[in-house]
Ligand binder design. Structure first.
Ligand code: ADP
Ligand code: MG
Length: 160
């Protein structure tokens, strides 16, 4: 039996927290400069929407060389690092945090393989990417990186 208003509030809070833990699984994405230049932003957002992702945060922005270097720091020893930084800072991107159950894995499935030639039919990279470097879209590879990458672009006040 519920005894007090306090108890009701506590029950509601615990329910809300529990719900958040099972539902609030997020990933981070960027529509890359190649896709922006080709005018694919709207079509890509539509695919994301149709796949059932909720937009938690979104902005169109432009990475400076310094910011792109920082974002891709994990790849700094790889041979394509310089090329990648140059590409990612050459034009506007659309950055977003997306929510869905099992968001990281589901989003990687939606975007397809890094190399569009190897991406499955119907994936965003198959449809919109030109090459392994200019591959239209980013998707986080783990929950931990999704959080780091989302926080790189968005303050708490910008995440809904
Ligand atoms: P993904 O974006 O699928 O997680 P990676 O994390 O391995 O792929 O690489 C990060 C990004 O670096 C890729 O999305 C792509 O833009 C670029 N990249 C990866 N491999 C190459 C390559 N061999 N040559 C040029 N650019 C590459
Ligand atoms: Mg990656």
């Amino acid at each position: 039996m519920i005894k007090s208003l306090n108890e009701v509030v506590n029950l509601l809070v615990s329910f809300a927290t529990q719900k958040k833990h099972t539902m609030n699984n997020t990933t981070f994405t960027m529509i890359k400069p190649d896709a922006t230049e080709k005018g694919h932003t709207g079509a890509i957002l539509q695919k994301i929407n149709e796949a059932g992702f909720r937009i938690v945060a979104m902005k169109m922005t432009h990475l400076s060389t310094a910011k792109a270097s920082e974002f891709y720091e994990v790849h700094k020893e790889r041979p394509f690092y310089g090329e990648l930084v140059e590409f990612m800072s050459r034009g506007a991107i659309t950055a977003a945090i997306l929510e869905k159950e099992n968001a990281v894995e589901e989003f990687r499935k939606l975007i397809g393989a890094t190399n569009p030639a190897q991406a499955d039919e119907g994936t965003i990279r198959k449809l919109f990417a030109a090459s392994i470097g200019e591959n239209a879209i980013h998707g986080s590879d783990s929950n931990e990186n999704a959080k780091i990458e989302g926080d790189f672009f968005f303050s708490k006040l910008e995440q809904f």
